[in-house]
Design a protein around this ligand. Structure first.
Ligand SMILES: Cc1ncc(COP(=O)(O)O)c(C=O)c1O
Length: 462
């Protein structure tokens, strides 16, 4: 019998070569990773750490892409998914469901804020946002308001890569004008980013002009044309922007006043990331629709969801012609639901939300000790979602220019010292697995401190 070659036992050199020739890494110029491709092929992970194909281990300060909340290497999740796969791994999302999918929908109704109770399952964050936008539009249509099609979001926020989600996004690092014209009716308002207020105002004397300006936009546009406002409670891509305490309540009031749906995007914020199960809880915010993904399964399998209030979902029930005009093959995937349930059980069993609050407070405190450095402009965050904003000039808050290549160079410096992160704009983000310990934090803060000092020396900043 001819011996079959196991593709997973390829020699290191083959894998590196084949990755360079055939893999298309997202948002990554392949020639940039080519010299260090060995550090980009990850072969295993445990807790907060991953190991590359050359045997080097890193602490993962970003939990993959902000999602491995329970940490790497959880056999329980693999086993839960495998058990479900052996029984029935998938059924049609149109007209069928499964036991784990139902139990998960019920669990989400229990743990999400307010009356959110009906879940439309999808495969990730972009699909969750895309679904939320379509739910909002069809909801208004069914209610007799077909002109309500506009969606308001905040500048510098990221909500996903598919067309609708990209249209409402406005992250600094995505050149979406390439894909214009985008979804009609999207508009962006300034975020509650107090360190760099778009209006040049200062909190609290600004009296939340950024929130009041949203109401002005709604009125200017004609409220009867606005379907939804979408916002992350804490904006990750804006640079870990925690809003002033009154902000989200004001957003809720504006939506209520004009019959607009409020979509809280908790794709990153959710499942313990900010020290509460959902970030909305910090401000008692009850959104009409909540989008989740990432931490729902900690990335063990892809899954996301749009979770909706009953009074909105009920409008779609009843007659056949009212049914939601939106269908995704993988919605409610049974094995993904089984993995999500085990992931949530681990979060609860191991008190990871509490750990996020406590170790997150320690992380913020330790990062604040870097504040004296001339390159550290601002340190902010909540729970295990924190950021250090770097500046060229502390007095003027001048940011680094594109030519300084801060994101690339700083990310490299961190990796050289054994920490995986993804510096974007001028901010070093922290979003480690929720199992992170104080000694892990000490290690990350030491690495960041050394990297900033080295960058400052090279840039002649003192
Ligand atoms: C707030 C937010 N919403 C939506 C998305 C899109 O999620 P995905 O990449 O899973 O499609 C992201 C991705 O980072 C996100 O940060």
């Amino acid at each position: 019998m001819q011996e079959q070659k196991n593709p997973l036992s390829m020699q290191t050199v083959d894998v590196k070569q084949e990755a360079l020739e055939h893999v298309w890494m997202h948002a990554t110029p392949m020639q940039e990773v080519a010299p260090e491709i060995g550090s980009r092929i990850i072969v295993e992970g445990k807790g907060c750490r991953v190991t590359d194909i050359e045997g080097r281990t890193y602490i993962d300060a970003l939990a993959g892409l902000w999602l491995v909340n329970i940490g790497y290497g959880r056999r329980e999740v693999a086993e839960a998914a495998a058990r479900q796969m052996e029984r029935i791994h998938y059924v049609s999302s149109a007209g069928y469901t499964t036991v784990p999918t139902t139990v998960l929908a019920n669990k989400l109704a229990e743990i999400t804020p307010g009356s959110l109770a009906r879940t439309f399952f999808v495969s990730g964050g972009s699909e969750a946002v895309e679904s939320a936008i379509k739910i909002a539009k069809q909801y208004h249509y069914l209610q007799g308001f077909p002109r309500r099609y506009k969606v308001i979001s905040r500048r510098y926020s990221y909500h996903g890569a598919t067309f609708g989600a990209m249209s409402v996004s406005a992250a600094r690092y995505m050149k979406k004008s390439i894909f214009e014209p985008l979804m009609p009716g999207t508009m962006h308002v300034p975020p509650p980013y107090c360190y760099r207020c778009d209006y040049g105002m200062t909190y609290p004397s600004c009296e939340l002009y950024c929130a009041r300006a949203i109401e002005q936009t709604v009125r200017f546009e004609d409220p009867e044309t606005v379907a939804a406002i979408i916002a992350e409670p804490i904006s990750a891509s804006c640079g870990i922007v925690v809003p002033p305490p009154e902000y989200l309540g004001m957003l809720r009031q504006i939506c209520d006043r004009y019959g607009i749906l409020l979509i809280a995007d908790e794709v990153i914020n959710g499942f313990g990331r900010t020290g509460k199960m959902f970030a909305c809880e910090h401000w008692n915010l009850e959104p009409d629709i909540m989008t989740v993904a990432k931490g729902l399964t900690s990335g063990y399998v892809p899954m996301g969801a749009a979770i909706v209030k009953p009074e909105i979902a009920d409008v779609f029930m009843g007659e056949r012609k009212r049914a939601i005009q939106h269908l995704l093959t993988f919605g409610g995937h049974a094995a993904a639901a089984a993995a999500a349930l085990e992931n949530l059980a681990i979060i609860e069993r191991e008190n990871l939300v509490e750990n996020s609050a406590q170790v997150g407070a320690y992380l913020l405190d330790q990062l604040r000790q870097l504040s004296d450095h001339p390159m550290v402009g601002d340190v902010r965050g909540l729970g295990l979602l924190c950021g250090v904003e770097l500046v060229k000039d502390k007095k003027t808050r001048e940011p680094f220019a594109e030519a300084d290549e801060l994101p690339k160079r700083m990310t490299e410096k961190l990796r050289d010292r054994g920490m995986i992160c993804r510096v974007a704009g001028n901010v070093i983000p922290f979003s480690p697995p929720l199992v992170v310990t104080r000694s892990d934090v000490d290690e990350m803060v030491r690495i960041v401190k050394e990297s900033i000092e080295e960058f400052a020396r090279e840039a002649g900043i003192q």
